[in-house]
Design a binder for this molecule. Structure first.
Ligand code: C2E
Ligand code: CA
Ligand code: CA
Length: 615
């Protein structure tokens, strides 16, 4: 290789070197610049997001403060203060605007609750504990808090934003709680009223139903006895002495029942003069007979009320769960049916339920609920049975007899009258009878058909009702009927139930021109001394003495005695239920004044009587 060749080779080598180094340098610089640029870009980026973050932080902060300050609930940020790990106080770090107006506490920041309300810890021992728990565990809580010092009630939401700190959001629910308390008190009052009888303070029918519903919920629940008490003749006492007196008697009876049974035995006043006792204790159930006998014996002594000695007795019916019935309703029905049996068998006694009783009870309830409707719907009317002078066959008067005609036929008065007497409906029914009877008497008198009187039955309860005389006067006025055409029939037993009062009433009735007869005479054992003093015009010999009079010597003797008694007292005497010629002959021969019976006439409708007269 010559030197020229070496020179040019070195030149090439130099070029190559420069070129290679330049390229290397270029890349190195590029990389460096790139890295620098990236870093710069990153720096720029960071700078940008930092200000955004700051901005947004500021924004959040502002929002939080706005929220804190302007929320409608009071808010407080506090720090818990502990002693030996036990929360003993807290300090206010911040409170919102409403805090002061709501609590009435001012300048609280930096101060402790013990400074602001010195008795706070004593009066609210729970609250420090609750706040302390939230502050240490960080678990939020809801809480209702009564602050005694401020006499305010708050609903609190408490949570812990940092350890040992808590925020309390409080709304004042004082008014709400007060309102709730009044509502609660009203409801309690209502419940008590709804479940208790205001007169005696005993539980009432609603309570009874609830008690029975729980005791009969299942068939295998423990057995118990249901005792149904109905006072005898209470209505008469009420009518005679007034409601206040009657109320006092009911209070006394309630007390006596409470003395008779164990303190935890349910004694309920179910209404009016009715009480129910639910006996669940085994030993008391076993001793029912002596307990009830004792109770009845106690009632043989009078109650002293308002300076008056008054007697009352009770008819009692007993039904037993589960043997007699399984449901509340049927148990009550059974006890009622058993009570009714006690009434029927002379009152002042008790009976246990037996199967055959319920039929009658069902009939009774349907009748008493239907009779008022019957009155409104014109299903009730009067029939008239002529009374005859047996010496000449002349009609000397009529007895008005009530008829109830339903779509299924007639219901006999012997069935519905006693039920109406018991339920009190007899007052309305009786007024209807009086009105209709007087109206017919006036009409027949005007038409010249009535020679004599129309006899109208008056039941005991109706007679001693305080309005009886005024009702009678009003009806006479309205119907323009002459009192001498009306004979009022009073049963012998109703005189005996209340002799003084009835004697006085009969005097008033008589003075108004009515005539009076004693119905069903001979069944009530009235003493001669009463009879002598009563302003009575007529005795009606009861149908039971007329039956078999031709065969039974005893009845003949009784009837002869009554006839001579009546004559001796200057009264008329009528025989009821005369069906045969023999009966009529016997009575006529023994001097009877008048006869009423199928032998002469059956009861007839008003229209039939009118037609009969005109034919
Ligand atoms: P009572 O006052 O003793 O009436 C007589 C009853 O004997 C009537 O029964 C009458 O239809 C019936 N009778 C009349 N003649 C004979 C006869 O020859 N043989 C037989 N076996 N019976 C005869 P009634 O109408 O069924 O009345 C039954 C009872 O219902 C009445 O007995 C009375 O106590 C009561 N009653 C009827 N209407 C009224 C009323 O308007 N007011 C009240 N308080 N009670 C009434
Ligand atoms: Ca009668
Ligand atoms: Ca009679």
């Amino acid at each position: 290789m010559n030197s020229d060749e070496i020179k040019s080779l070195q030149t090439y080598k130099g070029f190559f070197y420069v070129f290679f180094t330049s390229i290397l340098l270029y890349f190195l610089v590029l990389r460096f610049l790139n890295a620098q640029f990236k870093e710069y870009a990153l720096h720029l980026q960071t700078l940008k997001s930092k200000s955004e973050l700051e901005q947004s932080l500021q924004k959040t902060h502002l929002m939080y403060h706005n929220l804190f300050d302007n929320m409608l609930d009071s808010a407080a940020h506090c720090r818990m203060i502990y002693e030996d790990g036990i929360p003993i106080d807290y300090e206010y770090l911040n409170v919102n605007k409403i805090f002061e107006s709501m609590t009435g506490l001012h300048n609280v920041i930096g101060r402790r609750i013990s400074e602001l309300i010195p008795l706070y810890a004593q009066e609210n021992p729970d609250s420090l504990h609750v706040f302390g728990e939230v502050a240490s565990t960080g678990k939020a809580r809801k809480w209702e808090h009564y602050l005694k010092a401020l006499d305010q009630c708050y609903s609190l939401s408490i949570y812990s934003p940092a350890q040992n700190e808590f925020i309390v959001i409080a709304s004042d629910i004082t008014e709400h709680i007060k309102h709730e308390k009044t509502l609660l008190a009203a409801k309690e009052r209502f419940d008590k009223l709804a479940h208790h009888d205001t007169l005696t303070g005993l539980p009432n029918r609603l309570s009874l139903i609830e008690i029975l519903e729980t005791k009969t919920a299942k068939n295998d629940l423990p057995p118990f006895s249901l005792l149904f008490f109905d006072l005898d003749g209470f209505q008469d006492i009420n009518d005679s002495y007034g409601h206040r007196f009657g109320d006092n008697l009911l209070i006394e009876v309630a007390r006596l029942l409470q003395h008779t049974f164990f303190a935890d035995t349910h004694i309920i006043r179910t209404g009016g003069d009715e009480f129910v006792v639910v006996v669940t204790r085994q030993e008391e159930q076993k001793a029912l007979l002596p307990i009830l006998n004792n109770f009845i014996h106690t009632l043989s002594h009078p109650f002293h009320i308002d300076g008056i000695d008054v007697y009352t007795t009770a008819s009692i019916g007993i039904a037993q769960f589960p043997q007699d019935a399984l449901t509340t309703e049927s148990l009550l029905q059974c006890a009622d049916a058993a009570m009714y049996k006690s009434k029927k068998s002379g009152k002042n006694t008790f009976h246990f339920y037996s199967n055959d009783l319920i039929e009658n009870a069902l009939q009774r309830t349907t009748i008493s609920s239907n009779i008022k409707k019957a009155l409104l719907h014109g299903e009730l009317s009067l029939y008239y049975q002529p009374q005859v002078d047996p010496s000449n066959g002349d009609i000397i008067g009529f007895e008005a007899l009530l008829r109830w005609e339903t779509a299924d036929g007639f219901i006999p008065p012997s069935v519905f009258i006693p039920i109406c007497e018991e339920s009190g409906t007899i007052i309305e029914i009786g007024e209807f009878v009086l009105f209709e009877g007087c109206k017919t008497a006036a009409k027949w008198s005007r038409e010249g058909l009535l020679h004599g009187h129309i006899a109208i039955n008056v039941s005991a309860r109706q007679l001693i009702h305080p309005n009886f005389i005024s009702t009678l006067e009003r009806i006479i006025d309205q119907t323009q009927c002459q009192p001498y055409t009306i004979e009022l029939e009073i049963t012998e037993s109703s005189i005996l139930e209340n002799p003084e009062k009835v004697i006085a009433l009969l005097g008033v009735i008589k003075s108004k021109g009515f005539t009076i007869s004693i119905d069903d005479f001979g069944t009530g054992y009235s003493s001669l001394s009463y009879l002598k003093n009563l302003p009575i015009d007529k005795l009606k010999i009861d149908i039971s003495f007329i039956r078999n009079i031709t065969h039974e010597i005893k009845n003949q003797t009784i009837v002869r005695t009554i006839i001579s008694l009546a004559k001796g007292l200057g009264m008329n005497v009528l025989a009821e239920g005369v069906e045969t010629a023999e009966e009529m002959n016997f009575l006529r021969e023994n001097g009877i004044d008048s006869i009423q019976g199928y032998y002469y006439y059956h009861p007839m409708s008003e229209e039939d009587v009118t037609n009969f007269f005109q034919s």
